[in-house]
Design a protein around this ligand. Structure first.
Ligand code: NAD
Length: 476
């Protein structure tokens, strides 16, 4: 397979200013397999300036119908290269190949959706008190920085780049240092599909080295970030100096609430993948499970039985459901949580160990008797660990659910319609799913309450987030 290993700037691959490179390790084998150029501050400068030239040189003024045609062409390229994209994702982060294929399709779907959406998106006419004619315009911002994490590298790059480009902006995309390959492929394929050079730049490299330069660059008008809450906070602080626009998709500690009146057997069968999918490296992972006491024991038994059936193994195998964690550091971080849980007397109903000697694997782990002050209950673990607790009273359970500083996603299982509506309103999260575990729909807004973020990706909300709103009044 041909690996993209350079920066992608001005429609071509190039070395970084200093020649520095980052070694990529396959998490399933622990073997180094590529060296990728790492952008430095001088590269940020060059990429942003060239993106600004591309913006002023035509992209901002291109008719929406023409942008629609280009974005559809990008989507076609992505679909044609779906298998290659999936294999790159598998290699760099150990994602099971069947998931990687679905996610490559999701990325293409984002381009299709925003290609169609941009010709249906616009302002309003408003009946102002003075008479005259008042209307609003949605205008592109200019150069926007899209900074993305390593857990869903390709779909998140697409769900930021597609609406930003559709709205008439130029994009500097910064993938995580562990996962540059699919972002670079996106840049290459988008240009091959007819996106003009400079409209989408891709800067792989270490966030610590170029993050500040990118976020504070005066030509960057907006930073759209997905990643950890700590880095999100730092970006917001830096952006505050120039009142730069930011949207932040951050961490989570999502609840999964199961009432006794629900089809709890289905909930128990499907809940393990709501937390263990992507080996738990999912901002929407339902890592806190609240089960009504009447069904607690049978629910846990069934949940554990379903967990034991999960296929952990080689990401290249079609049957594999859980691959390794992304890196040795990530596994060490998750194991520190497990050591804390052991020290505090939590019960390990299953998992807790390394299933095989090679690769950064960790067994899916189910914990009981976890206290409200324990790290495993309060903090985002970002690994295959779940805590299950019983509850007796709806109001007390909701207080515990909402005690988290996070509020990204969640699930609710009940067959009582009034309860479904009441609890849906009460849970403090940006996304909630009743009798299912879905979180992401390209057509619907996605984002968090509280410390899970600010602003929304996906749906028409993303187009709003990548435009400035202008009000024009014309006197009669
Ligand atoms: P991270 O915050 O370490 O890195 C995210 C991105 O920010 C990477 O591209 C990284 O290189 C870059 N970065 C690092 N330091 C930077 C700096 N000083 N300035 C600018 N950019 C910088 O996160 P991660 O480890 O890649 O991803 C895991 C986190 O992402 C988890 O907390 C997870 O919950 C969160 N996440 C959130 C969502 C969501 O939609 N809410 C989705 C996926 C992941």
């Amino acid at each position: 397979m041909n690996l993209p290993t350079h920066l992608f700037v001005d429609g071509a691959f190039r070395a970084s200013a200093t020649g520095r490179r980052v070694t990529l390790i396959n998490p399933a084998t622990e073997e180094a397999f590529a060296e990728v150029a790492s952008a430095e501050v001088a590269d940020v400068q060059a990429a942003v300036e060239s993106a600004q030239r591309a913006w002023e040189g035509g992209w901002r003024d291109l008719a929406p119908g023409k942008r629609e045609a280009v974005l559809h062409a990008v989507a076609r390229q992505l679909r044609e290269h779906q298998e290659e994209i999936a294999q790159l994702e598998r290699l760099q982060i150990g994602k099971p190949i069947s998931d990687a294929r679905d996610e490559a399709g999701l990325g293409a779907r984002c381009f299709e959706y925003y290609a169609g959406a941009v010709t249906k998106f616009g302002g309003q006419t408003l009946p102002v008190a003075r008479g005259g004619f008042d209307f609003t315009l949605r205008q592109p911002m200019g150069v926007v920085a899209c900074i993305v994490p390593w857990n869903f590298p390709f779909p998140i790059a697409c769900w930021k780049a597609a609406p930003a480009l559709a709205a008439g902006n130029c994009v500097v995309l910064k993938p995580a240092s562990l996962s540059p390959l699919t972002a670079l492929k996106l840049g290459e394929l988008a240009c091959a599909a007819g996106l003009p050079p400079g409209v989408l730049q891709v800067l792989p490299g270490r966030g610590g080295a170029i993050g500040d330069a990118l976020v504070t660059h005066p030509l960057v008008r907006k930073v759209s970030f997905t990643g950890s809450t700590d880095i999100g906070r730092r970006i917001m602080e830096l952006a505050a100096r120039d009142l730069k626009r930011v949207s932040l998709e951050l961490g989570g500690k999502s609840p999964n609430i199961v009432f006794a009146d629900a089809d709890w057997q289905r909930a128990a069968d499907t809940s393990p993948m709501s937390v263990f999918a992507n080996t738990g490296q999912d901002c929407c992972a339902r890592s806190r499970v609240f089960v009504e006491r009447a069904i607690f024991e049978p629910f846990v038994e069934r949940f554990v039985a379903a967990t034991r059936k999960l296929v952990v193994g080689d990401p290249a195998d079609d049957q594999t459901q859980l691959g390794p964690l992304v890196s040795a550091e990530q596994r060490a971080s998750v194991e520190a949580f497990l050591a804390d849980a052991r020290g505090r007397g939590s019960r390990f109903v299953c998992g807790g160990g390394r299933p095989q000697p090679r690769g950064f694997y960790l067994e899916p782990t189910v914990l009981l008797d976890v206290g409200a002050d324990d790290r495993c209950w309060r903090e985002e673990i970002f690994g295959p660990v779940v805590a299950i607790v019983p509850f007796d009273d709806e109001a007390a359970m909701l207080r515990a659910v909402n005690a988290s500083p996070y509020g990204l996603s969640g699930s609710l299982w009940t067959n009582n319609l009034s309860r479904a509506l009441r609890v849906s309103r009460a849970v403090q999260s940006g996304v909630l799913s009743v009798n299912s575990h879905s979180s992401v729909h390209v057509e619907a807004p996605f984002g968090g309450f509280k410390q899970s973020g600010l602003g929304r990706d996906l749906g028409m909300a993303a187009l709003e987030g990548f435009t400035e709103l202008k009000n024009v009044y014309v006197a009669e």
